[in-house]
Design a protein around this ligand. Sequence first.
Ligand code: HEC
Length: 275
Amino acid sequence: MTITRSLTLLLLTLFIALPAAAQTTDPGTQLGMITTVSFLVFVVATLMFILVIMGGDVDPIADLYAKIKNYVHPPETEVAEDLGHDFDGIRELDNRIPPWFNYLFLGTVIFAFVYLLDYHVFGISPLSGAEYTAEVQNAEILKRISMAADGEIDENALAVLRDEPSLKLGAENFQKYCVSCHGAQAGGLVGPNLTDQYWIHGGTVKDVYSTIKMGVPAKGMISWQLVFSQKQMQQLASFVLSLQGTNPPGGKGPEGNLYVQPVAAAKDTAAAKNQ
Ligand code: HEC
């Protein structure tokens, strides 16, 4: 019997330890792993039980199975009580409700009760609203982390980026997020022409950066600071400024005040402000 005991103990340990060991960071995979491993352990445990404890004698199990089968499908079902109603040869029988149906019904009642206690009385599991809020908060934090990892920049000493890779990244985001309002070549649609020397909100790199960052919500341009990192906004502002004088066909007329970009300056200084 010691062998049986230690085997059972081993299996129990497996049952508990394996799912824990199978944990991954992805909750979807984790659940699948736990289910699979638990099922596997269950099958092995059952086989062991039959082989070791029952000495390989499966007759009792077969008997039990036959009993359950006969109960679920009682052979006498078809000779259920005849209610004596005959409609053109169609008789009404009073069949009893199949047990599986009753169990199913009972199951739903128990499930509802457990669910009620879990979600509404003790509040152990979060309702979908709370789950959603938690996920959004989580995503917000992850986003902040990834944005911070992108590198903080000093917004007070903002420089125009002129290197090819930065301008390319700026152009990519511009194509994705800005062309719907500013036009494919930034000549202006709903939003103003970004290629001329006239600016509603100022034309220094700092001005352009802060227009992108804060948006102009009253006119329909959202604040982009929740979408882009500081670096990305700097790339966008630099890309926008690199379009100066491209004069795309069908561009909108000038809006705002004239601001001439400092010629070939490596850096825009605060002194180069419009006014
Ligand atoms: C939903 C439409 C819309 C989208 C999308 C949009 N903008 Fe705008 N943008 C506007 C409007 C409208 C204005 C003009 C605001 C005003 O009249 O004060 C504007 C103004 C600007 C200005 C200031 C122009 C000036 O003359 O001072 C800049 C710079 C700018 N947008 C850049 C961007 C960038 C970069 C993106 C993409 C990340 C973007 N916009 C996406 C609508 C949009």
